[in-house]
Design a protein. Structure first.
Length: 365
């Protein structure tokens, strides 16, 4: 998440709320090639699709912690701009998917207006993959900090994906190459603010239950509110949802829907939502700094072949091909994303967790 300094300034996560149990994986151990840590990272990515990445005692990690601090204050700054200025940059899906989304633009699962505002800044603008589109002057002045944060997250992504590739027995760059930083994509930095939740009416879902569209999401926040649906729990039962407790010096990592597609259902994309902050944390605004990594636009969404990834042929023989897989496989990431969002809007496919399949044991050479 972020440095201890930001945590010290915030009301504490209440002791009487029991958070979800989630693995804590050390970036420094992954970089050192620690086999036990790599296995633990893979298992967390497969079974829950969420884990805490401990950034301490590592140079890239420490740089990330400093980056979070700076982007966290950019999130505060952008949301402090006058509403009239933010509204000049509104998202207009499906065509304009970056910019400002006001609270209430979306609905929660009960049909009520959502309680989250965000500003999405596209990697293509940050890395100059396209002529820079308009952003508020305030953000243009923060461009160097945004670029260096995205750069460092991209380095962490490389380490993470090569670890997972190692466990899957495929070449280290196999998944990395599907999200090149120079190819146009939907990758973005999302700066989120939730208002305080002071009344009974405020104590409800702020962002609808969903899975992320892309490949990997990196989240930094200080105030609780994000909840996950543990595997095999009923999404309609409110008590199934568990808060994730933000931890200083850590990033929360989760996987989006592309990973189960590419791995034949092994890596997991898990349902989550944002609810009101617990205890006294509800008294203050909640900020989240999120990097949503998405595949390059032209990348095909079909299952990859190699290593321990279960093959389509075997699944066809066993009649266990996941619903919709064949139809989605021929699409590029861009077409896939559009199709998924149309399906979601029309209610054709409700969001649900996917992945979590066990791998056959590794045959040692
Ligand atoms: O604010 C958060 O903690 C999570 C936001 C989220 O899930 C998203 O933007 O996809
Ligand atoms: Fe999400």
């Amino acid at each position: 998440m972020a440095s201890a300094k930001l945590f010290d300034a915030a009301p504490p996560f209440p002791e009487d709320v029991s958070p979800a149990q989630i693995a804590r994986i050390s970036l420094s151990k992954l970089r050192a090639g620690d086999k036990t840590e790599a296995r633990a990272c893979f298992e967390a990515s497969r079974t829950l699709g969420f884990f805490m990445l401990d950034l301490n005692n590592d140079d890239i990690g420490e740089k990330t912690i400093r980056g979070v601090e700076s982007v966290y204050s950019i999130a505060q700054g952008v949301h402090d701009l006058p509403m009239a200025e933010k509204e000049e940059y509104c998202v207009e899906p499906p065509e304009k998917k970056f910019g400002y989304k006001a609270a209430g633009f979306m609905k929660t699962e009960t049909g009520q207006p959502d309680r989250i505002e965000f500003f999405d800044i596209e990697q293509d603008d940050i890395f100059d993959n396209v002529p820079r589109r308009p952003y508020p002057q305030f953000l243009s002045e923060c461009w160097d900090d945004l670029r260096s944060y995205l750069n460092i997250i991209q380095q962490i992504l490389t380490i993470l994906l090569s670890t997972l590739s190692g466990e899957l027995g495929v070449p280290p760059s196999m998944f990395r190459d599907l999200q090149s930083t120079t190819e146009r994509s939907g990758t973005r930095i999302r700066l989120i603010r939730n208002p305080p939740s002071l009344t009974d009416e405020d104590k409800r879902t702020a962002l609808v239950p969903h899975t992320d569209f892309g490949t990997v999401t990196f989240l930094a926040n200080v105030i609780g509110g994000l909840q996950i649906l543990p595997p095999n729990e009923d999404a309609h039962n409110d008590s199934s949802w568990k808060y994730l407790r933000p931890q200083p010096g850590c990033l929360l990592v989760n996987f989006g829907d592309a990973m189960p597609e590419w791995t034949g259902g092994v890596l997991r994309s898990n349902m989550h939502r944002v609810s009101y902050a617990p205890g006294r944390q509800a008294e203050v605004p909640r900020y989240s700094v999120v990097v949503l990594v998405r595949p390059g636009r032209t990348v095909k969404m079909g299952r990859r072949v190699g290593g321990r990834i279960p093959t389509l042929e075997d699944d066809q023989r066993e009649g266990s091909v996941r619903e919709g897989e064949i139809e989605m496989a021929g699409l590029t990431a861009d077409e896939w994303e559009r199709k998924k969002s149309v399906n979601l809007i029309r209610g054709v496919v409700l969001p649900h967790s996917s992945g979590g399949r066990e791998l056959k044991p590794m045959i040692e050479a």
